[in-house]
Design a protein around this ligand. Structure first.
Ligand code: 5GP
Ligand code: MG
Length: 191
């Protein structure tokens, strides 16, 4: 494909967005603040294990952790709760055959968004059961709504209204994760 053709395709993704909620610049600034907090809070931790929840946390995690100069280790795990739609199903499936080794370690669990809270709660519980000494949670977004579970993130970059968002790691039907900002899709795009 020639360059003009590529540009046309690249434009299509942005054309599906109705509103930008959080710009790239704003995200970048806020990550600096969160990273400093994490650095300070875990400075004495020799065994810090970061566990990111794929695929949503991918972009956030990469940008955040490059600002945290601690000697940490990164693991990822796959869970599914949305199954392609725009509503949480309430069921959290662990998709990996083997989960990260966390026995005796302090874990920083990273996800893209805290919605119903079921994902963070299920994964935290599992990590504790696997022998993690402590689990702290970190999300890019927290939805402002009542939650079924008591769980709140220890670190949250932004609070947003309870609406479906995409970008900066968050998808709709597998797409839009590579949008550099967080936004809301046009209604005609959501089926
Ligand atoms: P929870 O278990 O807290 O209900 O949902 C957490 C997971 O649901 C997140 O990791 C994310 O994958 C997905 N999710 C929740 N809200 C949204 C949203 O507004 N947009 C997208 N794309 N995914 C969401
Ligand atoms: Mg997710």
């Amino acid at each position: 494909m020639d360059f003009a053709g590529w540009l046309l395709l690249a434009d299509l993704m942005h054309e599906d967005v109705e509103r930008v909620l959080i710009t790239e610049e704003v995200i970048e600034k806020r990550l600096g603040v969160i990273a400093k907090k994490i650095q300070r809070d875990f400075a004495s931790e020799e065994q810090l294990q970061v566990v990111g929840i794929l695929k949503g946390a991918l972009v956030f995690m990469a940008d955040l952790l490059r600002r945290v100069p601690l000697r940490l280790e990164i693991e990822c795990l796959n869970v599914a709760s949305y199954h392609g739609g725009i509503e949480s199903t309430g069921r959290v499936d662990f998709l990996d055959q083997k989960l990260p080794e966390v026995k005796g370690r302090c874990v920083l669990l990273i996800d893209d968004i805290l919605d119903t809270g079921q994902t963070l709660e299920a994964v935290s519980r599992r990590l504790i059961k696997m022998g993690a000494r402590e689990v702290k949670t970190c999300v890019l977004l927290t939805k402002d709504k009542p939650r079924a579970t008591e769980v709140e993130a220890d670190y949250s970059a932004f609070k947003i209204e309870a609406e479906f968002v995409v970008g900066y790691g968050l998808d709709y039907g597998g797409r839009y994760r590579n949008l550099p900002y967080v936004g809301v899709l046009k209604p005609n795009v959501i089926k």
